[in-house]
Design a protein around this ligand. Sequence first.
Ligand SMILES: [Zn+2]
Length: 825
Amino acid sequence: MRRTRQRIALLVLPVLVGSVLLATAPAGAEPAGSSAEAVRSHLENPDQVSLVRIHLSGADLLDRVVAAGFDLEHGLKRVPTGIEGEAVVTAEQRAELAAMGVEILADHESFTWSDEADGGLQSVGAAAARAAQTFSHEATVRVARADWFTTKGQGFLYVEARTTQGQQTSPVVTMQLENDSGPGSDFAFARTMSRFVDSGQYMFHRNLFKLDTRPSQIRVTSSTGGVATGHVSNWLEDGVPPLTANPGYKSDFVDGYQHPQQLHDRIEEIAREYPKIAEIVYLPYQTNGYQRKAQATIGGTGQAAVVVSSAAWGHEGGNEITVEFVDRPGADLPLAVEVDGKAVRVLLAKNAAGGLASTAAQVAQTLKTQSGGLIDRAHPYRTNAGTGIVQPSAPVALTDFLDQKRAGAPDGEVPRGPNTIRALRIGKHRDGRNPGVLIQAQDHAREWVPATTTLETAERLVHNYQTDRETKKIVDNTDIFLIPTNNPDGANYSFYNNASQRRNLTNHCPDDNADPARRNSWGVDLNRNYRVGSAQDGYAGGSFSCVSDTYQGPEKLSEPEAKNIVWLAETYSNIKFFMSVHSNGGQLFWQPGAYIANGRVTTPRPPLRDELFYWQSASRILSQVKAHRETVVTPENVGGSSDVLYSSAGNVREDLYHTYGIYAFGWEVGGSVYNPATGNWQGGSFQPPWVGNPELVSGHAETMEYANGIMEMFRIAAEWGKDHKKPTSKLVPGGGTYSGPVDVRFEADEPVSIYYTTDGSRPTLDSPRYKATEFREPGEVFHVTETTTFHWFSVDTAGNIEQNYDPSKSEARNNFRKATITISN
Ligand SMILES: [Zn+2]
């Protein structure tokens, strides 16, 4: 009965429909888990899990919960009162979460942004009037973003604004947001903005709400008197045709979820069919493999219990071992072990009175040394000292549990043993001359849509190369590396055994967590195993616990799956773009992605140039996603991942960006689709039904729309490689004579770094670099109060320098840019 209930709990996650792959086992097949052996450890079933929706008060609680080993990676979102997310938990863990202060939500309790105007401006107006007496020029409000978008017939406005008094808590500064109804109309519809605080640090105020008419301007008023207005911009471009709209363009190749063997077979086939533009790169570090030691916990879970593990992998003989605890007649008998083939018989000691006299600790020690090499790990259960007297037991068959298939597992056997991860390399010139783009999917095993998205991308490239001009441009001008599954062992485990598996299959646990009932809790979170901003260095969001779903591993880059990515970056130095594809969440991330919680110290922020380039690229990529079925990834879910979501220590993006200068995106595909029927945003799942509801939750639709986005990323890379155009920049307003102090800033025709001086010297790469006012905001404003001469030059992302100026040569021409702001009084 217990097993049946467990299956139901697991099926909360996936409902698998319409895939040949996932057809049920043929009639007459042996039911999963049955076996000829008479006895099997009664602890073979890992604890039952279920999915719950939770609310956390903030990032500090999130860090504590993650550090305690809980599984809450995906589907997390920021809400004004903290963070909401989903957790895969046992009943016991659910109680622990509650004890830590985590709220378990019922469905209807999830946060949704209100779309009602609250008319609160009047009272704030009064407060503003009261505060006006103490108003100083430092008390400012700035609008960071005011974004308009539509999806499925509904308009939305998203606003972020900051007050310089945002950190103040007594009283908390409140902000009111109004919008007009188009050019020239009045401000109205006041709403109170949500104050977003993370790790004790004020971030900004923000709101997302429905609107039927696109506003032209917004106005934000703080309770201490600051006022700012801002123009409303369009978030994402509407009406951009996706490549799939080109005449004759072929798409929609992937027809169901693909397990690792299918993914590897298909990309090998592609390389054989299209040898002129494709090849396989076999990554050098082999995985642990879909294999485990055979195990059993014998004698309950008390002080008399013994946990045994085979020396050989299960499929290499471990599964044939049996262990028996034998009570012999007589008295004064020593503890001994007899081995006959693969049968291990422990002859329990007897005392002078003829009573059993071997403790679990003694039996474990004897098994390790006297089993003829069959058993190399034996210990008391979990943290027990093993002081109990071991009782006799019939022969128990050890097992690696990998033959126990979950309901709905695909047909076929999974090859055992280490796996070689493959990258499919596509490009006409695969010699380093073109910019490289690395797409890495399924670091997390249960995320099946990233794998199909990556495979669909490969199919589109090779099938359209001869016939579609845009595709030919991509293949001729980029060097693409596609890893459809970077965690094949875990992915196999997710397909065949434990659908919610996230990590790889390597067990690093010491004895207290090494018993087989813990087997679904082992493994390393591959996206916490990297070197920059790691938990070892004090960053939040990676765990030291080997049974945590964000376990970072025993050391940085301990895992072959992570070593391979570093190997690729070092071997192919032309790789300049990277996308780590995850699900599910509807988010697009870059740096910073980790911080030290105390003081909220992030990894270094990208300079303004890279930040603007990331935003520009994100807009293009997400506009292509939207073009498929109007899925909008909202601006609140785009940016530095630790700014908009949470800190993830040791993630791959931080490493590739900071170590190699690679533009490194992270993507959470799926989820957060607006449902016009309910008026709410609907979340997705790791393994949505393949066909499902094509307008809402559907693995197929997600695969198609996000493949559009990856194709756009290739176009960005191709253009970047061809970018020899010098950037141009200007000071706004420009040089001239002004009657009083004037505010100036730099503008450019593309994302650039601007280096400037105001002391008359030549600008160099060591001069001050123009920066953002604050994160997620545009460039800073200089308040010029006396006559000042600016010298500057700009550098774009491809390294082109404005006017061909050479900042390194002191003797060179002074062809940098110059402007003098003359203040006449
Ligand atoms: Zn993931």
